[in-house]
Design a protein around this ligand. Structure first.
Ligand code: ADP
Ligand code: ADP
Length: 232
């Protein structure tokens, strides 16, 4: 579902050059939860941002659902991007919009009829357990509730893949577990492919099928979670 081939990302110009990714290759199968773990500065966030081309790789190919994103024109890329959901460490909600409108936002942008939006948003509110909170603003929510809104918004346009950028790093352990359980439910229910990046082993061990360890922009180890983390 996601295939990265020889991905290299170099930041900066002549004065100071940082190689954030160096020839990284990775395959995430349809329906699996794949985790990428590594220390700060290892290249995790560059990696995840390259998948929807928020960041342009310097070299290499990005394939999602059999399409090479790096080859697409602006319009096609926009369409493809709407099928790549993303959630963030700091939620990235619109603070002046209600929960309902935050979730509706991607659908409003692509011109979905109001009645369809209403039905879809209500479904999503039920899915993430926020029916009672639809008229609240983000500032009135707990961290866990904010991330539930983030998840509902990411699912609004029925994505093929969900990218999670340190999605539980700002949450306490109990809330982290409730969000991880929600992601697992969604993965099972919709066979949604999930790629997450994290610096927390716990996240990998609780929900990931496979894991890659990233270090200095390259993958140093990869495999089923039970194998990678039970080695002597
Ligand atoms: P991680 O998410 O694992 O902490 P990053 O992908 O953020 O790693 O960073 C990898 C390397 O690239 C680091 O050395 C970081 O300083 C550098 N880097 C990240 N973003 C930029 C940027 N916009 N400009 C210059 N260097 C960057
Ligand atoms: P959680 O255990 O999921 O993190 P909290 O214990 O933080 O949730 O919040 C519980 C309830 O308090 C929720 O229904 C939430 O809407 C409400 N709440 C949290 N923060 C605020 C706030 N700043 N203003 C109004 N209501 C809030």
């Amino acid at each position: 579902m996601i295939e990265l081939k020889g991905l290299t990302k170099v930041y900066g110009s002549k004065k100071k050059v940082t190689t954030a990714l160096s020839g990284l290759s990775l395959t995430v199968d349809k329906g699996e939860i794949f985790g990428v773990i590594g220390h700060s500065g290892a290249g995790k966030s560059t990696l995840i941002r390259c998948i929807n081309l928020l960041e342009r790789p310097t070299e290499g190919e990005v394939w999602v659902g059999g399409v090479e994103l790096t080859k697409l024109g602006k319009r096609e890329l926009q369409q493809k991007r709407s099928k790549i959901g993303m959630i963030f460490q700091h939620f990235n909600l619109l603070s002046s919009a209600t929960v309902y409108n935050n979730i509706a936002f991607p659908l409003t942008l692509n011109g979905t009829p109001k009645a369809v939006i209403k039905e879809r948003v209500n479904e999503l509110l039920a899915l993430v357990g926020l029916e009672e909170h639809s008229d609240k603003f983000p500032a009135q929510l707990s961290g866990g509730q904010k991330q539930r809104v983030g998840i509902a918004r990411a699912l609004a346009s029925d994505p093929d893949v969900l990218l999670c950028d340190e999605a539980t790093s700002a949450l306490d352990p109990q809330t982290t577990d409730s969000i991880l359980n929600l992601l697992l439910d969604i993965n099972k229910k919709f066979k949604l492919t999930i790629l997450l990046i994290t610096h927390e082993m716990h996240v990998i061990q609780s929900i990931c099928d496979r894991v890659a360890v990233i270090h200095e922009g390259g993958i140093v180890e990869e495999g089923p979670v039970s194998e990678v983390f039970l080695k002597p």
